[in-house]
Design a protein around this ligand. Structure first.
Ligand code: 5GP
Ligand code: MG
Length: 186
């Protein structure tokens, strides 16, 4: 397999690591003595979650929720489909939803509302990236790693047509460009 040449890197592994260390510190400080459960949104958040939890010195739990969204018209509300439900009881817990990126707000808006049904004590949102675009659904992220303009990015959990999630950095894809080493599907 060809080596993937790093091009158009927006955030290097070092920049990502340093920012996540700060985020872990801020979260730990805010949730001191609370019963914290991180709920990570599959699949884009997995690398972020893994690095985020590593620095915690207080006990916490984490779980996953799987959703897919479709109906991408800018004007429609879009439809979010639950693919994997959480499996631990969050009643009375302080929940922090962890996701890769806040874009239109559909996913996180839906997830936050959905989790409220289980009676948690609080639900907040933590994203590695926030796109500076107008939200379709108004959602506020309580913890944000980096703010980015409206560009398509991939790597570090984010995919380009299901691949490249494993890259240790975040790269930007220009309009009409394909990532280096991309395999064209039949
Ligand atoms: P929203 O529901 O806020 O529009 O979008 C959130 C989801 O869309 C993210 O969790 C992510 O999966 C996907 N997404 C949004 N922007 C990008 C992007 O630039 N690159 C990739 N790979 N996925 C994105
Ligand atoms: Mg996602």
């Amino acid at each position: 397999m060809n080596k993937i040449e790093i091009e158009n890197v927006l955030f290097s592994p070092e920049e990502i690591r340093d920012r996540i260390v700060q985020m872990t510190g801020a979260i730990e400080n805010d949730y001191r003595h609370q019963d914290l459960v991180l709920v990570a949104v599959l699949k884009g958040s997995v690398l972020f979650l893994a690095d985020l939890v590593r620095g915690f010195s207080c006990p916490l739990a984490f779980d996953f929720i799987g959703v897919s969204s479709y109906g991408y018209s800018r004007t429609s509300l879009g439809v979010v489909n639950l693919e994997k439900e959480i499996s631990i009881n969050i009643r009375g817990k302080d929940v922090l939803v962890v996701d890769d990126i806040l874009d239109s707000g559909r996913t996180l808006g839906w997830v936050k509302e959905h989790l409220q049904k289980f009676g948690p004590r609080s639900v907040k949102i933590c994203v590695l990236l926030e796109k500076e675009v107008e939200r379709v659904i108004e959602v506020k992220a309580d913890y944000v790693g980096f703010k980015i303009p409206n560009v398509f990015i991939y790597g570090y959990g984010l995919d380009y047509r299901d691949r490249y999630r494993h890259l240790p950095y975040i790269a930007k894809l220009e309009e009409g460009e394909v990532p280096p080493g991309d395999i064209v599907d039949e």
